[in-house]
Design a protein around this ligand. Structure first.
Ligand code: G4P
Length: 529
């Protein structure tokens, strides 16, 4: 095996998705703890960490107490090199979150066992499904009284349209929580309530009557038998296609079941996969380096006006100082400044392989979706999906003398992909589309602090954007209610006031094709697969 093959096979690059408050941060902390402790003390028995420092590069994050940026955490665990891409938990930041999902090879879905599937999980899940990303499920908060496990399985299967395969099965919950049956390792993982997890092989269970004679245990054992007999069989191919999800139960806070989960997950999770490009499939062990930019962030450090492009390495070996070509323009750059992200601290990275995420200094030349390569062929990876904004506002500079900075700020922040820019059709009015309200707050704050422009935002409310074919545009059909606009590339679209207006319009104009951005993505995806 070449060094490149050896290294890339060790990579496990994944994101944790959940609805806010389901326990994603707690789970991430526990995983980091495994990584750090393994490295320093060679043991994973340490529990009860303090909160991991969250990124604090922006004042607004402190004010709101939430993390609005995605960061990347990496650490060695056993024989693996783990890359966790953090996705902002706040529901307003879903566009950024969505895009992060293009840079991972698998996903851990954390579900709050007291709540089940929540809105945000559903949205993110759909994106994973669309992209065929393997999904591993952790049902959290078993230390609290929650929903019945069978009910949760059924909900996942029905709401998300995916088969479930319980890898572990819980005995009780809340105060009665005894632990989980670990099907993979034929053992009962006993929750003792303190820091230790006790592993009892099935063959030794008869030595533990205090456990096996407990009514909660016996009930769970019967359920377990039912799961084995009547449940789906484990099918790795289905898991890899995203058609079956291995399910684990536990508590990220206790912590309990996290280690059992993580060990199984890390062995099962896929290594970096080949990716589609304009010149066919590119293998991750290809000698030449290649990668794509899935995120650009300006001013991460307020002292230096820097822009950082996040690159997912897809093949070959990255070395600091290497020359790469930007496929879109054919221009060559030296990657002298490169960074790896560990929460808020940034260290310099010297080398990287497929699956790794690096930050490179962006002298204002990169765009989201750009491919960088070495070697002769200048291919491009598949375009990144765009996601339809839901909220729209008109934006103007309060002071007309600031028009130049206004446009510059607008342009740069749009390039980062946090917001989408539109114009009213044949007007110079700028309209901003975002997935949620918080993005506007961040936008306003950054325009003022980084570009020194006070802006005025006039809400247009929630709108449903539908793209039109150029030759079907008839201005007389639209007004303020169903507003005609154009996107950054000049493509016409209608911002429908609501679902009712959209349906009414469709009924009246059956010949006009209305295109949903999400459908366009899905359509492209199907075409390419
Ligand atoms: P998020 O990143 O998905 O938004 O969730 P986060 O980990 O911040 O967890 C949300 C809340 O749920 C936190 O409580 C956290 O302590 C709690 N939590 C996480 N996992 C478990 C679990 O397994 N069992 C129980 N009982 N609670 C859990 P908080 O009160 O909002 O914050 P904190 O003061 O505890 O930090």
């Amino acid at each position: 095996m070449s060094q490149i093959q050896e290294e890339m096979k060790k990579r496990r690059t994944f994101a944790i998705i959940s609805h806010p408050d389901a326990g994603k941060t707690t789970m991430t902390e526990k995983m980091l703890l495994f990584g750090n402790l393994i490295r320093s003390a060679g043991t994973v028995k340490g529990k009860k960490s303090g909160k991991f420092a969250t990124s604090d590069w922006m004042e607004i994050e402190k004010q709101r107490g939430i993390s609005v940026t995605s960061s990347v955490m990496n650490f060695p665990y056993k024989d693996y090199q783990v890359n966790i891409l953090d996705t902002p938990g706040h529901e307003d930041f879903s566009e950024d979150t969505y895009r992060t999902l293009t840079a991972v090879d698998s996903v851990v879905m954390v579900i709050d066992g007291t709540k089940g599937i929540e809105a945000q999980t559903l949205k993110l899940f759909k994106v994973c499904k669309m992209r065929g990303i393997p999904i591993f499920t952790f049902i959290n908060k078993m230390d609290r009284e929650g929903r019945e496990p069978f009910e949760l399985m059924e909900e996942i299967e029905e709401t998300l349209n995916i088969e479930t395969y319980p890898m572990t099965w819980p005995a009780g919950m809340g105060k009665r929580f005894l632990g989980v049956f670990d099907r993979q390792n034929d053992q009962f993982v006993h929750y003792t309530g303190n820091e230790e997890e006790k592993y009892i092989p099935y063959s030794e269970l008869d030595q533990h009557p205090e456990l096996t004679e407990d009514a909660t245990y016996q009930e769970a054992e019967e359920e377990m038998e039912l799961v084995v007999e009547a449940g789906d069989t484990f099918d790795m191919e289905k898991v890899m296609r995203g058609d079956q999800t291995p399910v684990f139960f536990g508590s990220a806070l206790a912590p309990f079941g996290v280690e059992t989960f993580f060990n199984s997950f890390i062995d099962m999770a896929p290594e970096p996969a080949p990716r589609k490009s304009t010149e066919g499939i590119v293998s991750p062990d290809r000698e030449e380096f290649s990668g794509f930019i899935f995120k650009i962030q300006a001013n991460m450090n307020p002292q230096h006006r820097d822009r950082i492009a996040f690159v997912r390495i897809c093949s070959g070996k990255f070395e600091r100082g290497m020359d790469v070509t930007l496929s879109r323009t054919g221009k060559t750059f030296k990657l002298a400044q490169s960074q790896q992200f560990v929460a808020s601290s940034r260290g310099t990275v010297e080398e990287g392989y497929a699956g790794d995420i690096i930050g490179i200094y962006d002298p204002n030349v990169y765009r989201i979706g750009d491919t960088i390569v070495t070697g002769k062929s200048k291919f491009e990876y598949d375009e990144l999906p765009q996601f339809p904004p839901e909220l729209f506002k008109k934006v103007t500079a309060k002071n007309v003398m600031k028009a130049k900075q206004f446009r510059k700020g607008l342009e740069q922040l749009v390039q980062e992909g946090a917001i989408q820019l539109f114009k009213r059709y044949r007007f110079e009015d700028y309209i901003i589309g975002a997935v949620g309200e918080l993005q506007y707050e961040v936008f306003e704050y950054r325009m003022k602090n980084e570009y020194n422009v006070d802006i005025e935002l006039t809400p247009l409310g929630e709108r449903i954007p539908r793209w039109l074919k150029e030759d079907q545009v008839d201005e007389s059909m639209f007004d303020e209610r169903n507003m005609l606009a154009e996107d950054r590339e000049g493509n016409p679209l209608v911002l429908f006031k609501n679902d009712f207006s959209l349906r009414w319009f469709k009924d009246k104009n059956p010949d006009i094709d209305l295109i949903d951005l999400f459908e366009v993505n899905e359509y492209n995806q199907t075409l390419n697969s």
